[in-house]
Design a protein around this ligand. Structure first.
Ligand code: SF4
Ligand code: SF4
Ligand code: FES
Length: 275
């Protein structure tokens, strides 16, 4: 039987620090926030903040308030505050999402648990190392490639063909989907060998396969043709459930599998798509 043990320094200490709201604050919510400081030998811990949430509408606003007014050591990424840059992706009350678009009124009535994206190396607190995720994105070559000479002006596309990119081009690379995918947890970081690329990279792969102007379908499919890169998706659908842009990577993956089986046998050894 397989025995699973966590690395020693990944176990979370039970008692972190507690911060109280200012005296007299009447509208408070308790945040339980994952903390990890790599410059100390200490294990991660969970700190508790009682925050006066008067006038606070989004979880990101509450985190900014904690940082500005209660504990400047708290680290997290954010930039646009509009659900556009993808940098504030984290796990809130057990689900991956963007802190800047997660309303306080969507957090239920109990404590609010804030953790980094699951199964990624933690740089500090809520900041994860997404180097592998970006490497996988680069692997699918997410840019237009054609065999014909470049036109003098733009590559033209009919309105109908352009519509086929809806639901694909909107991805903001927040990593909520890949880091919520159990198959990605197990197979997503094998350094190129037997590695599942995950829903975000595969959605991007399909975005270019679906583009009428791109002419490298076969080469793109070749790069996905092994037992792991594509076929480790088991249609569990966590990805589609958490995507803050309401995209459906699982559907895109199924379409790539279909393209794979439908292409000429000469370049594609017969493979059974698990759809
Ligand atoms: S559908 Fe596929 S990519 Fe999406 S969560 Fe499930 S296994 Fe992962
Ligand atoms: S598909 Fe959705 S969840 Fe995944 S990276 Fe793109 S925007 Fe984020
Ligand atoms: S801060 Fe840019 S998506 Fe949240």
């Amino acid at each position: 039987m397989v025995e699973l043990t966590l690395p020693k320094n990944s176990q979370i200490k039970k008692n972190g620090r507690s911060f109280q709201a200012e005296k007299g604050a009447e509208n408070t919510r308790t945040f339980r926030v994952y903390r990890y400081d790599p410059s100390t030998p200490d294990n991660p811990r969970v700190d508790t903040y009682d925050v006066d949430v008067t006038g606070v509408s989004m979880v990101l606003d509450a985190l900014i308030k904690i940082k500005n007014e209660m504990d400047p050591t708290l680290s997290f990424r954010r930039s646009c505050r509009e659900g556009v840059c993808g940098s504030c992706a984290m796990n809130i009350n057990g689900a991956n999402t963007l802190a800047c678009t997660k309303g306080m009124d969507e957090c239920g009535s109990g404590d609010i648990a804030v953790y980094p994206l699951p199964h990624q190396p933690v740089v500090r607190d809520l900041v994860t190392d997404l180097s592998n995720f970006y490497k996988q994105h680069a692997y699918v070559e997410p840019f237009l490639q054609a065999k014909e000479a470049e036109p003098e002006t733009e590559w033209r596309q009919s309105q109908e063909d352009r519509t086929k990119l809806d639901g694909l081009y909107e991805c903001i690379l927040c990593a909520c989907c890949s880091t919520s995918c159990p198959s990605y947890w197990w197979n997503g970081d094998k350094d190129g060998k037997d590695e599942y690329l995950g829903p975000a990279a595969l959605l991007q792969a399909y975005r270019w396969l679906a583009d009428s102007r791109d002419q490298l379908d076969n080469e793109r499919l070749d790069k996905l043709e092994d037992d792991f890169k594509l076929y480790r998706c088991h249609t569990i659908m966590n990805c589609a459930q958490v995507c803050p842009k309401h995209l459906n990577p699982a559907e895109a993956i199924a379409k790539i599998k279909k393209m794979m089986v439908n292409r000429p046998a000469k370049t594609a050894p017969a493979k059974q798509a698990a759809e």
